[in-house]
Design a binder for this molecule. Structure first.
Ligand SMILES: [Zn+2]
Ligand SMILES: [Zn+2]
Length: 135
């Protein structure tokens, strides 16, 4: 909770209960789509409207506090902004895992092979997670 308040304050945003509730929810689930955020918030704060939730999410996005992750054939999900990482998407249970790997050597080899200058990358690897392989 304090961590989330600090995150807002370090971006000169007031730690309103709406923003805290949204960040808490995203933090809890790791990667979550907007409808699931809304359902979660609704249970805790029945008076918060969908418009308010959406407006706050857009605001947090514009401050780069949260990030949108685009997954193939799926709704967009949101996560709290972290250092760049790779996403592992399970095709069976739709779980998204973060993988923090050093990508610099990989990107350097792309540039040296193609001359392409990389500004930004978004890597999603799909497959079957460990739990689903065992079930
Ligand atoms: Zn799975
Ligand atoms: Zn992630």
């Amino acid at each position: 909770m304090e961590k989330l308040k600090d995150l807002l304050r370090s971006n000169d945003l007031k730690a309103t209960h709406q923003r805290i509730a949204i960040l808490e929810c995203i933090d809890k689930f790791g990667h979550i789509n907007i409808d699931a955020i809304y359902d979660y918030i609704c249970e805790k704060y029945p008076t918060m409207s969908k418009a308010t939730v959406y407006r706050n999410i857009n605001e947090l996005l514009s401050y780069d506090i949260i990030e949108e992750i685009k997954l193939p054939h799926k709704n967009k999900k949101y996560e709290i902004k972290k250092v760049p990482h790779i996403h592992l998407l399970c095709k069976r249970c739709s779980k998204v895992e973060d993988l923090f790997l050093e990508t610099k050597p990989f990107f350097n080899s792309i540039t040296s092979h193609t001359g392409f200058k990389i500004d930004h990358s978004f890597i999603v690897i799909d497959g079957t997670c460990r739990a689903c392989q065992q079930s």
